[in-house]
Design a protein around this ligand. Sequence first.
Ligand code: GLP
Length: 221
Amino acid sequence: MIKSNTYEKICHQIAHSIKKLVNDSEFSVLGLATGSTPIGIYEQLRKMDVDFKKTLTYNLDEYVGLDESHPQSYKYFMNEHLFKHRKFHSNHFPDEKLFPYYDSMIDNSDGIDIQILGIGTNGHIAFNEPGTPRDSKTHIVDLTENTIKDNSRFFDSIDEVPTQARTMGIDTIMRSKEIYLIARGKHKKEILEEAIYGNITPEIPASFLQEHRNLKVYYSD
Ligand code: GLP
């Protein structure tokens, strides 16, 4: 079921769930997302009194070919919005070095407790583009024209948008113990509804989430 609320309330609720997990657990593992949608959650987390020193993070994805000093790299993004403000046990990205081991690393950390997810206008989750199989693990993808166009708003020109990325697979994401999917903006409403109420199909990667036991879906205008 899709719960609609204001963006602020959604971010507040999710940040509180994260706070509760971290405070109630000896050790916790978060799966984190980039894009404009989760920024409000990170803002809330920065304000909260939570000690993340026993929390590990795994980010969903990272562009191929962007150095971490590039303002549009996802490492840079996470650093700006959260990691430079709060000290964690460790923060991981599916970069060139780690991506072959990413799924084993997550398993060895006993899995992701809470995974934050946004959705692309083509129904992608992380960078799992339409056509990605259900059993996919962390892998390299060729970004679709639609995604390159959507993400060009963050770059000076469309030619600067990387054409490939490394991303957790659908199976990697589905193994998370709890998933929070958020969509913000009227342009996301239709694809969100199709993903959550329509047929489960690789053509809409987010539709696989319907099979997750512990999924919460939020929408704000
Ligand atoms: C990118 C990311 C996704 C994100 C999507 C939506 O392509 N790889 O993880 O969900 O964009 O971004 P936004 O929240 O800015 O609409």
